[in-house]
Design a protein around this ligand. Sequence first.
Ligand code: SF4
Ligand code: SF4
Length: 117
Amino acid sequence: MSKNWDYSKIRQWTWREHPLGAVIPEAATADHYETGGWRSLRPVLDREKCIDCFFCFIYCPDSSVMVQEDKMTGFKLQHCKGCGICAHECPKEAITMINEAEAKGLETCAADNKDGA
Ligand code: SF4
Ligand code: SF4
């Protein structure tokens, strides 16, 4: 397939603008696709238990585990599919998979509380 793709405004695209079939328009453009919307479970890190072994980073198929200055710092939720591999591989049970809908509900409550404060 040869087609010139204008994906400069991809962050404003809705599902209607995305081509069917998960087409990758050019090499190294996967970062532009916010595929975390498929997730039904969300990984949550317990920093107290984490020993920064990076097993989660190595095993994550979506490069969604964030590392900064030799510390595991959380998850890129724009790309995390909620597969749970990180939680399965973590030797310290520092990652818990929680229901995505409930997590979104908690975010909304937190935002509401902040607005009302
Ligand atoms: S749930 Fe899956 S995609 Fe998300 S961070 Fe863990 S291993 Fe990666
Ligand atoms: S696998 Fe577990 S202990 Fe190791 S860095 Fe990831 S969260 Fe921390």
